[in-house]
Write a protein that binds this ligand. Structure first.
Ligand code: CU
Length: 176
């Protein structure tokens, strides 16, 4: 019935509606555009290659977990230099404790993980930190963190250098 389409509208027209102040209405598109710009900037910085001293970081992301549970950080590290480099750990202004871990599947088929001292990034090659494998265990978040935000990690290399990388926090159900 076509009258079903206009009846609710007719009722709504009698409702009292409180409109926000006109200044807030006119500012809204500007705020929205700023947010879109920020999101575009964050998206581009998340996918951009970050290079320091021949070591570059790509696809850096974190799998978000709720309630202050440990989160895992993943990325690919390329080594454009002619010498092997080792990732030895990381620190973060966003997490009190960061450890380099490796996930393994035990003989019983259960998943385990262990702390590892270092991960090789071979000369001219790369190291991949990914679900089910090497990852950065991010523990004791210093503040509330939500999907869509960025967190910062300073990766430590065995020769004393460090590489600051921005990680995009993704929802818990994403695998890459
Ligand atoms: Cu772990």
């Amino acid at each position: 019935m076509t009258c079903d389409n206009w009846l609710p509208m007719s009722r709504n027209s009698n409702d009292s509606v409180t409109m926000p102040p006109r200044s807030a209405v006119s500012r809204f598109p500007v705020v929205l555009l700023s947010l879109l710009g920020l999101i575009a900037f964050l998206a581009s910085s998340a996918t951009a290659e970050q290079t320091v001293f021949g070591i570059s970081a790509q696809r850096a992301w974190v799998r978000w977990m709720p309630a202050g549970l440990p989160m895992a950080g993943y990325l690919t590290l390329h080594n454009g230099s002619t010498a092997d480099v080792f990732l030895t750990g990381a620190s973060s202004p966003d997490f009190a404790t960061v450890e380099l871990h490796q996930s393994t599947t035990g003989a019983d088929g259960a998943a385990h993980m262990k702390r590892v001292e270092r991960l090789a990034i071979p000369a001219g090659g790369h190291a991949t930190l990914q679900p089910g494998d090497y990852h950065l265990m991010l523990m004791q978040p210093r503040h509330s963190i939500a999907p869509g935000e960025m967190v910062t990690l300073q990766l430590t290399l065995d020769d004393g250098r460090s590489l600051t990388v921005e990680f995009l926090v993704k929802p818990a159900d994403q695998d890459a």
